[in-house]
Design a protein around this ligand. Structure first.
Ligand code: ADP
Ligand code: ZN
Length: 632
């Protein structure tokens, strides 16, 4: 892009001008200006910003201001086309090189790069292993290197990619080219590891506020997960786009089928699906409104669809980092969104078992255990979830948020010491029958004094603990087991999930340690929807659905008209709807009802290119002559 010299010659002026003219935004978001100026001046930067924080501009604007091409290293091959389309819609000259292209397509992009006709070039990290790529880069002018999803370089993190390790080479080979590394997920440990692996100790570090205030965090006891999920979708998110995460491919298939059977536009996504089907499902999720993607965690990184209204987890994530990144895909546009997780005893047992069975050395398993413990602590906390999440990312001392389940319905804690003693002594007695294996179900049966066939077979009705737990219901006992597991006062062993004592159990049995437990909020028991039938319980819950766009009444029909126009335009061009305009931009147009092009140009998200391309059409939609016959 050739920019006429700005009124001011200094970089900030040029950057601000690009922000306005190309992107159509009035002002920088917090942090952006400092980062951009630093990189424009040739300095390195490490940017830690939550999803939706505005990381892309931090390298796109410097790439446009500095001479040469900004080279963006990104692991997300499947999304490069969309990223490039979105930039081209803004009038930015962008291209990508990856394995999805044939030789001729690659040649065209390479030629454009060498001719200095590209502002941005996206590359998969594995391209940099190829000597020919390095030589190509040598022959062009590089404005900067952007290392997207920089947490992939960290082994401590949850998304390690070996190809990222060699990115330290960029600085050695091109010492004069500034680098900007960006990620939305980094604990202090990961931050440290990125810094050392990429040699960014002297870089400008920007650690943003990681809070996502528009996301409501909720963690519910898992009872009938399918019915609970359906209830959530029907009562709070009808017609909304969202992601449902499951641990296994089989459950992805099962849940997608179940939702589709309930009339919800749900699609499956997992690594076992045919490539073509997977790409098609992803494309539909991005392009169409209101698709629910049921997926394994293989789905979502780099998906910059701004209007994902909910992220639901039906299985426990392995780490808080993973959880925060996955839930962070909701509400990039800043509008109200839900992060909902259903979590139960079986999740703890299963995750512990997976860790025991995982390949790798003891240190690796210990690391996995630490990650899981942090996730469990978040699930079992009686404090504000957000405070816990932010503290995990090194942001301490924030106030209770008022927008998470524990803030909205504070759970009570109760003294579970006696209950824990009953349970632990049952486990202790069963443990004496060395060669036997008894899981949580059997232990609870004994506590409740149930004469099951298994109880009879092992003569467990003769144990002194038989029936001592009749003061609690089965569900409550399962909660006790789960929480003791989470607190490390109980362990599971072997593939049968046999319960076993830990070193810390002894203190509880001896009475030298008390146990505080979380009481499950009662009301969730009512949350099961009727599969198949109409949803009579809709609206019964306290959490009410936010108006989709929080618009004044008279603006709502205009917004819908604009959306329909956008849908048709996007389809015609084969790009996602948000590439044309974001919801937020359409919303502002519907509210302000601009009457002319100059007026329209002042709306956030309407840059020069889009104004020229769509301005007249938008005004036509507003005046009701949406399909003008031969305008002018
Ligand atoms: P991230 O990569 O950090 O998740 P993005 O770069 O995708 O975030 O930005 C999130 C959204 O915010 C995008 O729609 C982007 O266009 C918008 N945005 C970024 N910076 C600004 C700004 N200064 N003013 C208005 N909108 C912005
Ligand atoms: Zn809270």
């Amino acid at each position: 892009m050739t920019l006429p010299p700005g009124p001011e010659g200094h970089p900030a002026g040029a950057a601000a001008q690009v922000l306005r003219r190309v992107f159509g935004y009035e002002s920088f978001r917090s942090g952006q200006q400092e980062i951009i100026e630093h990189v424009v001046d040739g300095g390195d930067a490490l940017v830690l910003m939550p999803t939706g924080g505005g990381k892309s501009l931090c390298y796109q604007i410097p790439a446009l201001v500095r001479p040469g091409t900004g080279v963006v290293v990104s692991p997300l091959i499947a999304l490069m086309q969309d990223q490039v389309d979105a930039l081209r819609a803004l009038g930015v000259r962008a291209g990508f090189l990856n394995s999805s292209q044939d030789l001729e397509q690659r040649r065209t992009v390479e030629a454009a790069f060498l001719a200095g006709e590209l502002d941005l070039l996206y590359l998969a990290p594995e391209r940099l292993r190829v000597e020919a790529t390095l030589r190509l880069l040598d022959r062009g002018t590089i404005a900067l290197f952007a290392i997207d999803e920089a947490h992939c370089v960290a082994q401590w993190g949850h998304d390690f990619r070996p190809d990222y390790l060699m990115l330290s080479m960029l600085h050695e080979r091109w010492p004069g080219v500034p680098r900007v590394a960006l990620t939305a997920t980094a604990t202090p440990e990961t931050h440290k590891e990125i810094t050392s692996r990429l040699g960014l100790a002297d870089a400008y570090h920007h650690v943003a506020d990681f809070d996502r205030p528009n996301i409501q965090y909720r963690i519910a006891p898992k009872k009938e997960p399918k019915a609970q999920l359906l209830h959530l979708l029907r009562t709070e998110h009808p017609g909304d786009a969202g992601i449902v995460y499951c641990l296994s491919r089989a459950s992805v298939e099962k849940i997608a089928e179940f939702l589709a059977g309930q009339g919800i536009a749900a699609l499956p996504y997992h690594a076992g699906l045919d490539n073509r089907v997977r790409a098609e499902n992803q494309a539909r999720f991005l392009r169409e409104d209101g698709i629910v993607m049921v997926a394994t965690i293989a789905f979502g990184m780099g998906i910059d669809k701004p209007d994902v209204r909910f992220v639901a987890h039906l299985d426990l994530p392995k780490s808080v980092e993973g959880y925060y990144q996955e839930t962070g895909r909701a509400g990039r546009d800043g509008l109200r969104s839900t992060a909902w997780l259903a979590y139960g005893l079986q999740d703890v047992v299963q995750q512990r078992r997976l860790i025991d069975a995982s390949p790798g050395d003891a240190a690796h398993r210990r690391r996995l255990g630490t990650h899981l413990d942090a996730m469990l602590a978040l699930c079992e906390t009686v404090e504000c979830r957000r405070v816990g999440l932010l503290a995990y990312f090194g942001q301490r001392g924030s106030a209770a948020c008022g927008n998470c389940d524990t803030c909205l319905e504070p759970p009570q804690s109760w003294d579970g010491t006696v209950a824990a003693q009953k349970l632990l002594s049952t486990v202790l007695r069963l443990d004496r029958e060395r060669h036997q294996r008894f899981g949580a179900g059997h232990v609870v049966d004994i506590l409740l004094g149930r004469s099951t066939p298994k109880v009879a077979q092992h003569r467990h009705e003769t144990l002194t603990v038989f029936g001592v737990g009749e003061d609690l219901r089965e569900l409550e006992w399962r909660g006790v087991v789960r929480q003791l597991l989470a607190q490390g006062l109980l362990a599971v062993q072997g593939e049968h999930g046999t319960l076993a004592l830990t070193e810390a159990s002894a203190d509880v049995l001896r009475g030298t340690r008390t146990v505080a437990l979380r009481r499950e909020p009662e009301r969730v028991a009512r949350s099961s929807a009727r599969p198949g039938g109409g949803d009579a319980s809709a609206g019964a819950g306290r959490a009410r659905r936010a108006t989709p766009v929080d618009l004044p009444a008279q603006a709502a029909p205009v917004f819908e008209k604009l959306r329909a126009w956008r849908g048709a335009t996007a389809k015609e061009q084969g790009v996602p709807a948000y590439v044309i305009f974001h919801d937020a931009t359409l919303r502002e147009i519907a509210t302000r009802m601009p009457t002319g092009l100059a007026d329209l140009a002042t709306i956030s998200g309407v840059g020069e290119n889009k104004l020229a391309k769509y301005g007249e059409q938008l005004l036509a939609v507003l005046t009701g002559s949406a399909e003008p016959v031969e305008p002018d």
